[in-house]
Design a protein around this ligand. Sequence first.
Ligand code: GN1
Ligand code: MG
Length: 334
Amino acid sequence: MELKFAQSILLGFGLKESIVTIKKVESGLINSTFVLNSSNNSYILQAINTNIFPNYKKGLENILTVGNWLKRKNYPYSFPLPIKGRYLKVENEVWRLMPYVKNSISYNRVSSLNQVKSAASCLGEFYHHLSDFNTESLSITLPNFHNGNWIIKKFEEALLNAEQERLLLTKSLINEIEKELSILKKWDEVCNSLPKRVVHYDTKINNFLFDKTTDEVLALIDLDTIMPGCVLSDIGDMIRTYSNPVGEESKEIIKVVCNMEIINTIIQEFTKKVALGKKEIENLFFGGMAITFMQSVRFLTDYLNGDSYYKTSYKDQNLVRAKNQWALYKSLKN
Ligand code: GN1
Ligand code: MG
């Protein structure tokens, strides 16, 4: 990104300071993210992928409504909101600017049990502080986002339309996945029977910002997907990403084996902070299994569709991701 362009966006948000450095943030498979530094402040600048988030205006309303609620309730973490409460449209791109959380760092894999405890407590506080929030006031900005039946349908469509070469390369994975698709039907049944809550819907490990000094969580970020849903989506995505010792991008599939101590810690710390119903508690682990399987299907579907959804930086990356998630799912199942 050119300095001049970043400067004009800052000005568009009414900020007159001079940018000194710009750094691209490589994590995140959908939006494009940059860190801007001026001599006094740091910001996060993001271009929203409006193909994937066509309802970004409603999404912004969700973010602001939940953010204001959490502020009133004294939620004990940062919750960085878009500056000026709005987005800026420049030509065909939609930009937002957010304050940079000072002294923060994010990880793609866990290096201590304390990180797990700290993150699960943060998610627990998020749920606790939103437990009396009326979810009907939120818009469904991504219809069918974690809908198992819909994900099966998209997978089946991809099978019909995929290129022969990709079909051949994925044949055995497709066969294995097809045998397990019923878990997504069970997912729908379970999820639909649980209370509607405010769900973050993207609680993967690198969406938690840790304090560089204390290694405690400062914030759960990346709020585009906040919608009504069931608790299993979030605890499931934490289990999926925290329990994987090598991370979802690793090609060392043999090393993808879930860490049960981490999973137990997530569940223990999370349930200390938020009062859940019996059926919710009973299904937390199932949430991890189902979300991991779902992610494998989502990556494989995108691979079959020619990589149109998730950003990739090398050929077959979505296939590697799908195999990685499949291995994690198998280890969770055993
Ligand atoms: C996407 O953009 P990012 O990396 O925050 C995806 C999540 C997946 C994740 C896998 C809207 O999130 O659902 O779990 O990739 N977000 C959307 O890394 O599809
Ligand atoms: Mg996200």
